[in-house]
Design a protein around this ligand. Sequence first.
Ligand code: AMP
Ligand code: ZN
Length: 462
Amino acid sequence: MKIFNTLNGRMEEFVSLKEGEVGLYTCGPTVYDYAHIGNFRAYVFEDFVRRTFEYLGYRVVQVMNLTDVDDKTIRRSQQEGVTLREYTDRYIQAFFEDIALLGIEPAEHYPRATDHIPEMVAIIEDLLAKGIAYRKGDGIYFDLAKFPKYGALAKLDKAQLKSGARVDVDEYDKENVQDFALWKEAKEGEPFWETSLGKGRPGWHIECSAMSMKYLGPTFDLHMGGVDNIFPHHENEIAQSEAHTGKPFVRYWLHVHHLIVDGTKMSKSLGNFHTLRGLIEKGFRPEVIRFLLLSTHYRKTLNFSFDALAQMEKSWQRIVNFQTELEGTLFGEKETPGLEDWLQESRSKFRAALEDDLNISQALNTLFEFIKEGNLRLSRGEIGASAANLISETLKGFDSVFNLLPRGGQGELTEEQKGLVEERNRFRREKNFPEADRVRKLLLDQGILIEDTRNGVRWKRA
Ligand code: AMP
Ligand code: ZN
């Protein structure tokens, strides 16, 4: 599998540390509000990568942090007059509801920052002891001058580094590459932790170092996030972690580009955002929203528009119709010429697309070619029961990566219902149409709608 590794700025062959297993860290939400679908582009893409590894036979151990302490969560909880924990619990709950709607497979670990203060303190203590961190003003800072590799991920120009100058906000820009805060001393009215460093709270960046290494070890395979995380957040994660352990932190970094609206990044502060809930209230299905978020390669920006959503709805319907036809037809037995070759070829094209830096367009092309060919064969009446099964299994295999098909499908007919279908077939063969219609009506009364096709009887839930 080839992926574009931000660290070295080039395409590389992915080789996991442990055979057959991928250690994956994905920066999670700051739980101060509902996430918008821009955030979900990142999470849906990460889910696609996770599912791709699983499709390729790896076991994935994924960690996603929940940032439940920072400037924003503190400010908002104070405005509402509730504790930080009460406030963030609400948005953690909302986040889990949203990712379930989007068909995101749960990570193995969702550590909360506030449950890992001792782990963060331990790293900061060590950096202080090594003279890489220093105490000044009302905080503890990471000294950029002590970490010569600083800037390698974001390809920063050394001249940009202003070591000695300090920044204590969590997010800052490339004009201000400064010593950043690891720890902030308690301020009047803010929540704080009583620790060996004194009373205070951690900066944002240290949480991801502490929680990733706790669950995945000092060196792990893959770290993902949005491109806006490259600097300063991921650059700082590398600095803190490697200065602490003396080992390489992450082997491969993948960054997903932004979801944009009319040329600008979708973001809370610009107000140009949609939440998942908002779009669902407007009548869009979560599967279709997921499809739109997935549809563009991760190294390209993706433009959000309602037209694009409507377009995706149509493509999505084609996949669902094909699956409904395969699952809902009671096929007879029949030889399907060239079946194995066709399935085999489709599967290997699909795999090759994924292994080519997660080439989503190629993977979707393969899927829609497959559906087109399948529909052609259905219209020619070439499909028998066992072929339909194999085609459906192949389709579900592809969908294990996309996860777009409605979960559960339409289920199966009961034995009694199958018996009624058989009975109706017999009446039809005997040209006893009034009786055939009577049985059809019996099935309809049970909510089963019967249609006759070239391949056999097709049923749907009415
Ligand atoms: P935040 O809550 O802003 O820290 O963002 C959480 C995740 O969503 C990060 O990985 C961001 O890079 C990502 N993100 C934020 N806005 C967008 C956007 N418009 N498009 C894609 N990813 C985004
Ligand atoms: Zn992070």
